[in-house]
Design a protein around this ligand. Structure first.
Ligand SMILES: [Cu+2]
Length: 164
């Protein structure tokens, strides 16, 4: 009886997670050519034609981003060219610190979680990926590598968006 209850509870917990994962996958499958108008707390997808600045970010197996902090002006559209100089997979995910922390915990529970959003770049060893982001809101935001253990090891950087 107890075991049955435990299974039932496990099932109830697992379902919303699975659904969240499916939503992630759907978004990844249909990568739209159109630029998303979705406003996040840390900005919105940028139009590559409007990028006024290119920032190169390097990732390596010491679990660090270089540079580890950036400053941009509110409204600025930035092209991030993210290079993985390491021998293992890394990723560059923009967000608020709270969102990144939350996501890192989820990644630990579901290490095979696959997703793609305009604010993240998954970069294979030796490769570079580009994302374009518009920092429409002022504040302190972050970028992190959410692969299991990387964020916790200190793979996180800070972006200060100065108000206009
Ligand atoms: Cu990493």
């Amino acid at each position: 009886m107890k075991a049955a209850t435990a299974i039932l509870i496990a099932g109830l917990v697992a379902i919303p997670m699975a659904q969240a994962h499916e939503a992630h996958k759907k978004a990844a499958g249909a990568k739209p050519a159109a630029i998303s108008t979705e406003e996040k707390a840390f900005g919105r997808q940028g139009d590559p034609k409007r990028a006024t600045r290119t920032i190169h970010v390097d990732m390596n197996d010491t679990m660090r981003f270089s540079p580890a902090s950036l400053s941009v002006a509110q409204g600025e559209t930035v092209r991030f060219v993210v290079k993985n100089s390491g021998k293992v997979m890394h990723e560059f995910v923009l967000g608020t610190l709270a969102e990144l922390k939350e996501h890192a915990v989820l990644m630990k529970k579901f290490p095979n979680m696959e997703h793609d959003e305009p604010y993240m770049a998954h970069v294979a060893p030796g490769k570079s990926e580009t994302i374009v982001w518009q920092f429409s809101k002022a504040g302190d935001f972050h970028y992190g590598c959410l692969l299991p253990g990387h964020f916790e090891a200190g793979m996180v950087g800070k972006i200060n968006v100065t108000a206009r």
